[in-house]
Design a protein around this ligand. Sequence first.
Ligand code: GFB
Length: 315
Amino acid sequence: MNDEQVIFPLKGKRVWVAGHRGMVGSAIVRRLASEGCEILTAGRDVLDLERQSAVEAWIAANKPDAIFMAAAKVGGILANDTYPADFLYNNLVIETNIVDAAWRSGVGKVLFLGSSCIYPKFAPQPITEDSLLTGPLEPTNEWYAIAKIAGIKLAQAYRKQHGCDFISAMPTNLYGIGDNFDLNSSHVMPALIRKAHEAKLAGADSITIWGTGTPRREFLNADDCADACVFLMKTYSDFEHVNVGSGEDITILELARLVCEVVGFEGEIITDTSKPDGTPRKLMSADKLRGMGWKPKISLREGLERTYRYYRNSL
Ligand code: GFB
């Protein structure tokens, strides 16, 4: 990053990573280690992000200069479809509490993290930032999407009405160290790693993947996402959100084959079409962020190998 690009240096600042125990939050904490800032964290035992007065009091007392909003209720397609109230309510309340309290305490900069599912189900591909609110959402995750759209709008509203320097980043499907490997609530990448690993150990003939295997998804390693978030925090100050992706997508079946190769499982891949496919394709345009000078460093294969190593070490 060129020095002249930096409009909000982090050196010497107090930086709160909300959600520091999650996959993205912990990656941001790792990434911030080289920024010379003071990293603030607050575990669930200390701060309940769903209680507005607690969030207000914590921010007022700890006086962060900047906040990364990586705290969220997240999950894969089945969890989103099964717990709509949790995905809508928990995310809305966490966002409103942090954004409003940040404004009240005069926090200098806030980065809100959303998701690529904010875009219409049939948005033209690759999806540019201006596709937001141009069509109906994918039903399996509309609750989460509505909460994340509200988060973007909160940041914009506080910028417009109060002049706050609040910005938003929209990461694509993320995976990596600290991922959730629970088969009912996880995203596809950790689920496939676990399925292939367990099938290999059991000497099984096949693994079963959900849906038809034809949907296309874009993947970005959580450490690349953290790097992009720090880049945006330091260099970006504008109304519109920014896509954070790899710019490449693959089918779920291709992903399953790659996972099996990395894990060393040689059996068959069977599709279970009683499970939902979700949106057919979700490739975001990477042009805006690339144009600012950021690009990912971790290839899909390298990221997968790292994530598989993490999974084995966590067993
Ligand atoms: O990662 P995933 O759960 O999320 O699923 P979405 C992606 C695709 O992989 C879907 C298929 O077509 C799934 O049917 N898939 C195949 C599997 N096998 C599996 C499996 O064993 N587990 C899982 N989980 N999927 C989520 C949204 O959508 O993406 C969230 O629900 C969020 O709101 C997140 O936006 C990034 O990409 O479909």
